[in-house]
Design a binder for this molecule. Structure first.
Ligand code: ADP
Length: 322
């Protein structure tokens, strides 16, 4: 089947760089003589027919913007057979014969369901958590890491001035990639991630005491959201060490902001590749980065993969932050 009309949507949590990916999908399609459509608010837009044709100028002036111009949503209705059939019927009505889905694992499961029902889909990983197993770097991860570093550097200034400990929660419910990388970049005394069980006494108190004995008086502890409890943790640190401690939950600032060069470049390459795959007659694939190159995997295979946590990097982080 030749592909004449392609739609693009963003789904699940937003990530900086999604706009650059949308732009790339639309421009690539148009440059190859394929019509492009934007679907608003994820799978909800497919169900409600909230789909609009895109031209070259529809995606002007968005490459540097965070968020997603197509908006994003979680769509419980799409997970029902009825919702999915409505989505397919709308695409058929408009003659859309391929969809590029920018999102995370949940969104890829949706893409797989659509493909199985006869609508070819390609996934692009967009999530600040970097928790897509088949992909070394997801769109938004680099920007989020840099935002965190900027924020924690500011906290460090004040922690240093007051001889305090700053306990910072960064995003990552099930994944500590953001916490680990940010922790290293800000020189955190302790990095607490969901992948590695921690002992409060050994991994926080004793580390702070050892460092204190060498003359350091301010500390940063980076904690992944999945471990949580930073407010209680700060209280306990203060009680145990006598060092005044403050908790900060960085929260949604981590999702926003102008995407970094790396995220814009990655998004542009992934968008281009996603359209190429559809035009080659491929479907049910997710575009990914492996060893710095753009590759693609079957969605089913990608969802089964496991991303190993970098324990060597974790070990290194703690060896050099004393
Ligand atoms: P993410 O894509 O960031 O992992 P979610 O898990 O919230 O985010 O998924 C986004 C949307 O994808 C959901 O609201 C739903 O519409 C769709 N989705 C998620 N899981 C499935 C599934 N198992 N089958 C079909 N669609 C799904």
């Amino acid at each position: 089947m030749s592909i004449r009309k392609i739609a693009v949507l963003t789904s699940g949590g937003d990530a900086p760089g999604m706009n650059a990916a949308i732009r790339s999908v639309v421009r690539t399609a148009l440059s190859k003589g394929v019509e492009a459509f934007g679907v608003y608010r994820g799978y909800n837009g497919l169900i409600n027919g909230d789909i609009e044709p895109m031209n070259l100028r529809s995606v002007s002036d968005i490459i540097h913007r965070g968020g997603t111009m197509l908006y994003t949503a979680r769509s419980p209705e799409f997970r029902t057979e009825e919702g999915m059939q409505k989505a397919i019927a709308n695409c058929r009505k408009m003659g859309i014969d391929g969809v590029v889905v920018i999102g995370g694992d949940g969104s890829f499961r949706g893409a797989q369901d659509l493909t199985r029902r006869g609508l070819p889909c390609i996934g692009i990983p967009g999530t600040i958590d970097n928790d897509i197993s088949c992909c070394e770097y997801t769109i938004g991860f680099d920007t989020a890491m840099n935002t965190c570093v900027e924020m924690v550097d500011k906290l460090r200034d004040t922690a240093q001035s007051h001889d305090r400990c700053s306990v910072v929660e960064v995003m990552g419910r099930r994944a500590g990639y953001l916490a680990l990388n940010v922790g290293i970049a800000v020189g955190a005394t302790s990095i607490i991630v969901p992948e590695v069980p921690y002992d409060f006494e050994r991994d926080i108190v004793q580390r702070m005491e050892t460092t204190f004995s060498t003359g350091k008086k301010h500390f940063i502890v980076v904690v992944a959201e999945g471990v949580g409890h930073v407010i209680e943790m700060a209280k306990e640190i203060e009680e145990r060490t006598g060092i005044e401690s403050r908790a900060t939950i960085l929260g949604h600032v981590q999702r926003g902001g102008s995407p970094t060069l790396r995220d814009r470049l990655l998004a542009s390459e992934m968008g281009y590749n996603a359209v190429e795959l559809l035009l080659q007659g491929k479907s049910n694939r997710v575009v990914a980065v492996q060893s710095g190159s753009i590759v693609d995997f079957d969605i089913e295979e990608a969802l089964q993969m496991k991303k190993p946590f970098d324990f060597d990097l974790y070990k290194m982080a703690h060896e050099i932050s004393i």
